[in-house]
Design a protein around this ligand. Sequence first.
Ligand SMILES: Cc1cc2ncn([C@H]3O[C@H](COP(=O)(O)O)[C@@H](O)[C@H]3O)c2cc1C
Ligand SMILES: O=C(O)c1cccnc1
Length: 339
Amino acid sequence: MTNTVTAPDPSLRAAAQARSDAQAKPTGALGRLEHLGAWLAACQGVNPPRPLTDVRVAVFAGDHGVAARGVSAYPTQVTVAMVHGILAGVAGVSAIARSVGATVTVHDLGVDGLTGVPDEVRRFHVRPARPISDEDALTPDELDAALAAGDTIAAEAIADGAQVLIAGDLGIGNTTPSAALVAATLGLRGGDVAGSGTGVDAAGLARKAAAIDAALDRVGARASDPRQRLAALGSADIAAAVGFMTGAATRGIPVVVDGLIASAEALMAEELAPGASAWMVAGHVSTEPGCALAQRRLGLTPILDLGMRLGEGSGAVLAVPILEAAGAALREIAALADL
Ligand SMILES: Cc1cc2ncn([C@H]3O[C@H](COP(=O)(O)O)[C@@H](O)[C@H]3O)c2cc1C
Ligand SMILES: O=C(O)c1cccnc1
């Protein structure tokens, strides 16, 4: 596993922008679509960029001990139910991915009580994350194993032809560790980053902010080290997604970032593999306050803002047609001089 990231090719970005400028439209008339097209060309190393025919969502599923603090509106059994839902192709991300021609896999990185699934799903199974307000979620060895699992999942998808990778999340309670990671990274408190997640009421929101503050106070200055922050405040599913994102960036494959959980993971990926965020676009911004905060820190401007708060990679995969249209515009619009 390497952490060395080479930036998307700046000469191809410039060439794509020049091609766009010469096309049969007023200069700049396609707005941010032009930037997305140039970014895609730079990522692919070819101008105009190739069509996106192989986009993959890997959903990282895991349970979170902190859920016992009453931070979610739903019981933890929903995590198992939703893994089965994804396997059956009937989850939210399943429907949206199908509508855009993307594929979805799900990976158990700490789901409590998961049975009746293919071995492949449990290949990287570990125990659920310990409650972050009371103890570190992971040991250093567990952190390494989770990061390596995500890197392997990315490597295998890329070797199999994936052009774009998306990390999806699944696990009751996961907005709490994600918000805690954003708070610790940005120097904020629970009240700044806690959102309603699955729909907690005001008392639930207060419990969530308090759980985040307890975790931040417990970890203290250790949080300034990104590995310690991730092990103390994260989880195996979150760490695996971080390894998946760094695995994509180190291999020169673009990533579309989803909501709060993925944006927190992207923050961690950028710290563990500096430059990784140059391989990312934000597919959407969710309604969780920590999501916009993380994206702003990374300099990522979301493609979509639809008031979504599902996770699973759903908002990211929904943005893929916009990215594809950006590439199509570069490929198919004639040069004004040729008309
Ligand atoms: C039926 C259902 C399907 C989901 N799919 C994703 N999430 C999302 O919501 C959960 C995080 O929110 P919180 O931190 O408030 O628990 C995670 O499972 C996340 O993937 C779902 C949540 C539910 C209830
Ligand atoms: O921001 C997200 O992706 C999100 C929000 C609520 C629940 N699950 C995910």
